[in-house]
Design a protein. Structure first.
Length: 202
């Protein structure tokens, strides 16, 4: 928790009160922690694992908009508005989420300028991350996008990455066939080993 800008300088007593109003939520790989449009009663801290944030277009296609790792927060968009999730959150790995009661957290923020400013800074940081991701998707070549996502996952989850070619395609705006071709090239170079539903980094 202290790794997050929102909590890094918070007094121990205040942080303990927040944790006491929270509960641990475990989400299995491949499941949604929450879905777009759902009414969220919690503000989440991702303690373990990786999450793909996505939206479903009118055509029915899935568009990946973000990749989250421990330790990050989920659900900022629900604070102080209609409390409905702006994106869906799919577990790429098994997750441990700290679910903080949203109403309690909002009440604290209204009475504490430090928490309120932390939420605003966190939203601003998330907005910059999304802008960078959109620039990367528009400017990077397909193989660069695949490699960048693999590096990010390797840095956060280690040398065994549990992800399908389809999920990688969603994260990198590539077709499954393009992802498979790029991964096979990396395997031929001895950089990775492909197994069903997972990638081993050598």
């Amino acid at each position: 928790m202290r790794e997050l800008p929102l909590f890094e300088s918070m007094a121990d007593e205040k942080l303990s009160r927040i944790i006491n109003h929270a509960m641990l939520k475990r989400v299995h790989r491949g499941s949604d922690a929450f879905q777009e449009g759902a009414l969220l009663e919690s503000y989440y801290v991702l303690l373990r694992g990786s999450v793909m944030g996505y939206q479903i277009c009118q055509s029915g296609d899935i568009v990946a908009v973000a990749l989250f790792h421990a330790v990050e927060t989920l659900g900022e968009s629900t604070l102080f508005n209609d409390h409905r999730a702006a994106i869906s959150a799919k577990a790429i790995t098994d997750l441990d989420l700290l679910a903080i009661d949203r109403a309690y957290f909002e009440g604290l923020a209204k009475d504490d300028s430090e928490i309120l400013m932390g939420i605003i800074r966190n939203k601003h940081r998330r907005s910059r991350m999304l802008q960078r991701r959109l620039r990367d998707l528009l400017s990077s070549r397909s193989h660069q996008r695949v490699t960048n996502i693999l590096i990010s996952l390797f840095d956060h989850v280690g040398d065994e990455i549990c992800i399908t070619h389809h999920q990688l395609g969603e994260l990198t705006a590539n077709t499954r066939e393009t992802v498979s071709f790029q991964l096979e090239q990396l395997q031929s170079l001895g950089i990775i080993s492909l197994q069903r539903g997972r990638i081993l980094v050598k």
